[in-house]
Design a protein around this ligand. Structure first.
Ligand code: GLU
Length: 287
């Protein structure tokens, strides 16, 4: 079994991160497996070396161990680009220059049938879908969207998709989770695989790296359950195996708000400074 914890170094780790990391670690250790740490720092506008250093410090303090060297996504851009180039060459991507405001304006038009919000925000109304596609190099001055409708017509992506869930989604979905490309087209739409400012996206990078690191069990918060359908579709499209998914409960504070990274008062380092021990943290998150 290979599990991983994949934080973004954009703020301090809090109790929710500690729970996720310890659970992934404990699950791997119980099976004599491997626990990996991966730094998801593709958002270079928000990632900070100080937060990355604090991640190592906090996780070591909790008693977690992982093999070195740690994969940092910012060093993997060549791999992401190669996949984007292939998809672009195959005509499965199109360039999109719409701003959030453009998308909001287009989806608020009454003839569009109302707004649908998916795991990536508003479902893209397809404004740029007819722009010219293909050619050797994808443009870098626009976002690249995946044409989900074109996949529905291609033979290598069968319409029926599924993954195994050993935890639970927000509506207690568990076991074999089945869905179709048509479901994905209506609930997520033409997702962005490369943001203009990043050259990749969370969905593309997470899928490529889980496969590159042979991750067998993805352990993460329930808030990412809906994104999993996107990940499984990408795995099928790219010929990659799907790991088993284990979505866990979210750790909430007294007011039932999900802990947010900006909520520094709840940072793990604050508890440590106040004298809490790693065992106290385990008890606090119910491990
Ligand atoms: N990097 C993501 C985050 O910090 C987690 C990705 C994942 O576990 O799939 O929210």
């Amino acid at each position: 079994m290979i599990t991983r914890f994949a934080p973004s170094p954009t703020g301090p780790l809090h109790l929710g991160h500690a729970y996720s990391a310890m659970l992934a670690h404990d699950m791997a250790m119980a099976q004599n497996g491997t626990f990996l740490l991966r730094i998801e720092d593709i958002d270079q506008a928000r990632a900070r070396p100080k937060w990355e250093a604090q991640i190592y410090h906090d996780l070591h303090w909790l008693g977690l161990k992982w093999p070195e060297p740690v994969m940092r996504q910012s060093t993997q851009m060549g791999r992401y680009r190669a996949v984007l180039q292939q998809l672009w060459h195959d005509g499965q991507l199109y360039a999109c220059s719409c701003t959030r405001a453009d998308i909001a304006a287009a989806t608020s038009a009454p003839q569009e049938g109302g707004r649908v919000v998916g795991p990536d925000g508003l479902i893209y109304p397809g404004t740029c879908r007819d722009r010219p596609r293909g050619g050797p190099q994808p443009p870098t001055d626009a976002a690249l969207r995946l044409d989900i409708a074109s996949l529905q017509h291609s033979s290598d992506t069968a319409p029926g998709l599924a993954f195994a869930e050993t935890g639970a989604g927000p509506n207690n979905e568990t076991g074999a989770i089945r869905f179709t490309l048509a479901d994905l087209a209506s609930t997520a739409g033409d997702i962005v695989l490369a943001r203009r400012d990043m050259g990749t996206s969370y969905h593309l990078s997470v899928v490529l790296d889980d496969a590159a690191q042979d991750v067998t069990h993805v352990v993460r918060g329930r808030d990412l359950f809906d994104a999993t359908r996107i990940h499984v579709m990408l795995q099928r499209l790219l010929g990659l195996p799907s790991p088993i998914y284990h979505h866990h409960r979210l750790i909430r504070d007294d007011t039932e708000k999900r802990l947010a990274k900006r909520d520094d008062a709840r940072a793990l380092s604050k508890y440590r400074a106040e004298g809490a021990t790693p065992d106290d943290i385990r008890r606090m998150v119910g491990l």
